[in-house]
Design a protein around this ligand. Structure first.
Ligand SMILES: *Cc1c(COP(=O)(O)O)cnc(C)c1O
Length: 219
């Protein structure tokens, strides 16, 4: 099976309410265009420069999602076009996104990244930190960002029960935060290895890369 066939098969297997982000990091534009030609319009990248280059080269009806850990000094390179930023984990970063969005007269949609994994290396806010952020005065002043939901990455483990517990924690965190920020509607969780479980736990947006495009080569 090629990219098109895998994409079509995956799409037909997803519930209607679940949005598919095709994670295309490291892949060439020719691969992305195969997915585009099969109808895919949402692509996820984890490096700002790579995303900006692909944005320049590809059709303009694509929605670009930034799914990676984001440095503040890179926000300006995508503020003009990015559709959704998944990995927002601080008020400082949110303030910079707001500043850059304002320059382009836009409101940029963001997800709060919640730390659900046990690994030290994974980023994100605790549930308590996210609550404090949404209640802060500084947050109320940010008119050019919109918090659309939450995002999380489960631990890298084959222990299905642990992954399930982490996904359930993210869903639970979403339910809590939605009482403060009631326009929230997105729970971004699930990748190639665990998206069916994520959907059973309440995911509304899956980020799938290698299952569509094949394994990545980082060399
Ligand atoms: C790379 C990446 C994915 C996709 O991973 P696959 O296992 O290839 O599906 C999803 N989310 C994030 C944040 C990623 O960096």
């Amino acid at each position: 099976m090629g990219i098109k066939e895998r994409l079509v098969e995956l799409k037909s297997s997803l519930p209607k309410a679940v949005t598919l982000v095709a994670v295309s990091k490291t892949k060439p534009v020719t691969d992305l265009m195969q997915a585009y030609d099969a109808g895919q319009r949402i692509f996820g990248e984890n490096k700002v420069q790579e995303m900006a280059e692909k944005y320049q080269q590809m059709p303009k009806d694509i929605q670009w999602h930034m799914i990676g850990h984001l440095q503040r000094n890179k926000v300006k390179y995508m503020a003009e076009f990015v559709e959704l930023i998944h990995g927002v984990d601080s008020l400082k970063l949110l303030t910079e996104i707001n500043k850059q969005a304002k320059k382009h007269n836009r409101v940029i949609n963001c997800l709060l990244q919640i730390k659900i994994a046990t690994e030290e290396t994974k980023f994100g806010l605790t549930k308590e930190e996210a609550i404090a952020l949404l209640h802060s005065d500084q947050f109320q002043d940010l008119k050019h960002i919109h918090i659309s939901g939450v995002m999380g990455m489960a631990s890298f483990t084959s222990e299905t029960n642990q992954i399930k517990t982490e996904f359930e924690y993210l869903k639970n965190t979403f339910d809590t935060l939605k009482k403060i920020q009631y326009e929230m509607e997105i729970i971004s969780m699930g990748m190639s290895g665990d998206y069916p479980l994520a959907i059973r736990c309440g995911s509304t947006m899956v980020r799938v890369g290698s299952h569509i495009f094949g394994a990545r080569n980082y060399n």
